[in-house]
Design a protein around this ligand. Structure first.
Ligand code: CP
Length: 325
């Protein structure tokens, strides 16, 4: 384990070594047990996390806020519309000023081409660690919870497990690519074989694919990309079928929705789950579009661990915050 993590930014898991990530998971196990027995800590007493949400959230906001409270610290929810950001104050001045008051700055900004750039500018100018609560490229806190859920079911040695990450239909709006990208980046580093399935127009960012292939090669595991949804389910131990926008192809909302509408059959159904291993897990970061991304029989069925996965956001984020703040 690598435990000297005070002040470390958390923008992508790619910046963290396996040993550093394992430290988060070990501490998260302890915090999950503490939570179950009603034990709270004062480890972050006097410390404050500022959380700027440019995009809506249910799980991320609540779990980060609760994490700070349960560790004896405090969090501030910032609506950028009520800050001078709305009058054009940039990342540099925001970072320099806020990091003079706060022990951590957390941001959600998913706008394609902007989110990660904003976080990187904050990182450059902040004296406090910057935490990515989802940007246009990464959603690292979600993937910590996903891996933590996997080890709860399969044990700490995840080498040889098969993960299917698949695009699904969901017609309402163009969701970010950050969840599948963070999954394919981190899971191979823990020895997990990944099959990524999507229709041709729903490619992920080329630099992320390249890095994921490199990670898989270094770990000695297979990483496969296919246009056949069933491929991601065949013999899988874990599946994460979820929707994302064709953002690499087009950022035009109307064109994007028209492309999504071409593939209503890309749904996670009971029939597809039958292709997975008997003990397989169905995971989804939520919110899920029922009857479009997934049938109620699957999301409410025996393979589903979506609420455990959502709860684990709290425990892994407590571990993260305790280590870096
Ligand atoms: N999974 C996730 O990030 O959920 P929220 O958008 O509700 O935060």
């Amino acid at each position: 384990m690598q435990t000297k993590l005070k002040g470390k930014h958390f923008i992508t898991t790619q910046d963290w070594t396996i040993q550093e990530l394992k430290t988060i998971f070990e501490l998260a196990k302890q915090y999950k047990l503490d939570f179950a027995s009603g034990k709270f800590s004062h480890i972050l007493e006097g410390k404050t996390l500022g959380m700027i949400f440019f995009d809506p959230s249910t799980r991320t906001r609540t779990s980060f806020e609760a994490a700070m409270t349960q560790l004896g610290g405090h969090s501030i929810f910032f609506d950028p519309g009520a800050m001078q950001i709305s009058h054009g104050e940039g990342a540099k001045d925001t970072a320099k000023v806020l990091s003079g008051y706060l022990q951590g700055i957390a941001v959600r900004l998913c706008k394609y081409g902007e989110g990660n750039r904003y976080l990187e500018e904050l990182r450059q100018h902040s004296r406090s660690p910057v935490v990515n609560m989802q940007c246009d490229i990464y959603h690292p806190a979600q993937i910590l919870a996903d891996y933590f859920t996997i080890i709860e079911h399969f044990g700490d040695n995840t080498r040889g497990l098969k993960l299917g990450v698949s695009w699904t239909y969901a017609p309402n709006y163009m969701r970010p690519v950050s969840v599948p990208q963070s999954l394919i980046l981190m899971m191979p580093r823990f020895g997990i074989e990944v099959t990524l399935a999507h229709p041709p127009e729903f490619k992920l960012m080329p630099q992320i694919i390249e890095q994921s292939q490199k990670n898989a090669k270094e770990a000695g595991v297979k990483f496969t990309i296919t246009n056949d949804m069933d491929e991601a389910f065949k013999d899988a131990d874990v599946v994460v079928p979820k929707s994302w926008g064709p953002l690499v192809h087009t950022q035009d909302e109307k064109q994007g929705i028209a492309l999504i509408d071409k593939y209503p059959d890309w749904i996670c159904s009971e029939k597809r789950m039958e292709m997975t291993k008997k003990h397989s897990l169905y995971m989804h970061p939520l919110p899920a579009d029922r009857d479009k991304e997934v049938t109620p029989g699957v999301i409410d069925g025996p393979h589903s661990v979506v609420y455990q996965e959502a709860e684990n956001r709290l425990h892994v984020q407590k571990a993260l915050l305790a280590l870096i703040l």
